[in-house]
Design a protein around this ligand. Structure first.
Ligand SMILES: Cc1cc2nc3c(=O)[nH]c(=O)nc-3n(C[C@H](O)[C@H](O)[C@H](O)COP(=O)(O)OP(=O)(O)OC[C@H]3O[C@@H](n4cnc5c(N)ncnc54)[C@H](O)[C@@H]3O)c2cc1C
Length: 467
């Protein structure tokens, strides 16, 4: 075994590790970065990039099918060619992955190791035949699809976000277990490609972290397109069937299983921390395996940091990247940035997208803050009407005393971009009136945000209470 010494070792070339390697190398530190599989990690290879790429194909299919309503004639039936869709996806993903790998390999002061890294001690990691040592180690090991121990899971074939994107043929009937972000995005995309799709959700509503009105709207949009949604599936059981897999949903005798050709599991993620040898380093994890970190992403062991999905502080590419920024700012820039400075924000990239920032209405009510709320349906947003995409609504919550914006949800066309004018004002800690006085471009979705803010009403205590 050969021993190699560095100033810093980074494990995982996901969304935080490569950028940190770049900053360290630039500052003259000798850095090693270890990747066991695909450079770019989940987001580039099996998460954000491939899903948003196929969602773009699904959008085109949908527009082609509805072209007549825009006065455009499309001859013949619209047919989705899965092979071509996935090869477009592979090309986009491949460019991103290869670009990252060659950037790292060509970086001065940086050595790339391919293989699985495992701790030998708090300053040593084994990668194949190499023993890497460094006084500072940064973990960016990400996560993978959770495979729950549900009844029948060992007896049937199932798909995850990885294998679904490798199929050669379109599923005739795709059952999706899990009605949250990943499940919803795949449900709409595959339905638009031509699969029959059923979403099976244990809880009483889709996207259960959202407000009840948001969940209801999401369900209506999916059902309007023909996607079947089965909620309150308290007894999910999988069984082999002539068609493929029978997905049983309730415990009673009236159980009417969904007979699917394929089953996708979309029930959450788990961190890649069980095979890292964390015990040898003494790094503490929580009961779900997430590495415990403080506000500056230091683990329980001095000299070891954890960034990205593996620390449980975020589950998105932008939170992983922000973790890199926090570590780099603290270690290299003498700038004490913290995780607690971050405002929650994310998108659900169905069509129309849901964009979220800050608190939900439910959270505001729970906090008992005197608050104001403004809403507007997308049927009253000119740009949405002109585009023929007027599903959804927007909602903004404001602190009644400080006038600071507490949070917003925009479920509607362009919402994933428009939300940022709210986000930026929240970071500036400026009152909502700042947006109200800003002149926005017509016709956009953003131009209606000042209008929503001009019509704020006190949040009635008797409002939404569904949890
Ligand atoms: C279907 C899907 C869609 C998504 N869409 C979005 C989206 O639209 N927007 C968004 O913000 N987020 C999205 N996400 C989430 C996003 O992909 C993750 O939050 C993000 O990739 C986390 O980055 P990370 O750097 O923490 O981990 P990862 O990207 O998972 O990278 C971790 C890397 O570490 C490597 N590794 C692990 N263990 C070891 C080891 N022991 N030795 C060496 N290497 C190791 C892995 O191979 C991997 O390359 C999506 C996720 C999924 C599954």
């Amino acid at each position: 075994m050969s021993q190699k010494h560095f100033d810093a070792i980074i494990v995982g070339a996901g969304q935080a590790g490569p950028s940190l390697a770049g900053r360290f190398a630039q500052s003259g530190r000798k850095v090693a970065i270890v990747e066991r599989k695909l450079f770019g990690g989940t987001c580039v290879n099996t998460g954000c990039t491939p899903t948003k790429t196929i969602i773009a194909s699904a959008y085109v299919a949908h527009k082609a099918r509805t072209a007549r309503s825009y006065g455009i004639a499309v001859e013949g039936a619209v047919h989705a060619d899965l092979k071509a869709i996935l090869s477009r996806k592979d090309e986009i993903v491949g460019k991103s992955r290869d670009g990252l790998e060659s950037w790292l390999r060509g970086m001065e002061n940086c050595t790339v190791f391919t293989g699985h890294a495992r701790f030998e001690s708090s300053t040593e990691l084994r990668v194949g035949d190499d023993l890497l040592t460094a006084p500072e180690i940064f973990l960016n090991v990400g996560g993978r699809a959770e495979v729950p121990d549900m009844a029948g899971i060992k007896d049937v074939p199932y798909l995850t976000n990885v294998s679904l994107l490798e199929l050669e043929e379109l599923p005739k009937h795709l059952a999706i277990v899990g009605g949250s972000y990943v499940g919803i995005e795949f449900a709409q995309a595959f339905h638009r490609f031509g699969s029959e799709v059923t979403v099976v959700e244990m809880g009483p509503r889709l996207a259960h972290r959202e407000d009840a009105d948001v969940s209801r709207n999401i369900q209506e949009i999916l059902e309007k397109e023909g996607i079947r949604v089965r909620l309150n599936a308290e007894c999910i059981r999988l069984e082999r069937d002539v068609a493929g897999v029978a997905v049983h949903v309730n415990c009673g005798e009236d159980d009417q299983p969904t007979l699917a050709t394929h089953v996708l599991l979309a029930v959450g993620r788990r961190p890649n921390t069980d095979d890292l040898g964390l015990d040898k380093a003494g790094v503490a994890v929580d009961e779900h395996g997430y590495i415990q970190v403080d506000d500056q992403l230091r683990t329980s062991v001095p000299g070891i940091w954890a960034m990205g999905d593996c620390n449980g502080k975020g589950a998105f590419t932008h939170t992983a990247y922000n973790d890199f920024e926090i570590v780099a700012a603290n270690l290299l820039d003498n700038d004490p940035r913290r995780v607690s400075d971050r405002i929650v924000t994310y998108g659900l990239f169905m069509d129309p997208p849901l964009a979220r920032v800050g608190m939900t209405e439910r959270e505001v009510r729970k906090a008992g803050k005197p608050a104001l709320m403004g809403t507007r349906p997308m049927t009253k947003v000119n740009r949405a009407i002109e585009k023929g995409e007027s599903d959804g609504f927007m909602k903004v919550l404001v602190d009644a005393e400080s006038k600071l914006i507490l949070g917003a949800s925009i479920l509607g066309t362009g919402g994933d971009e428009a939300i940022h004018c709210i986000t930026d004002v929240m970071y500036a800690r400026a009152p909502y009136t700042t947006i109200q006085r800003a002149v926005h471009i017509h016709p956009t979705v953003s131009e209606l945000i000042p209008t929503v803010l001009g019509d704020l009403k006190p949040l009635e205590p008797s409002g939404q209470s569904e949890s």
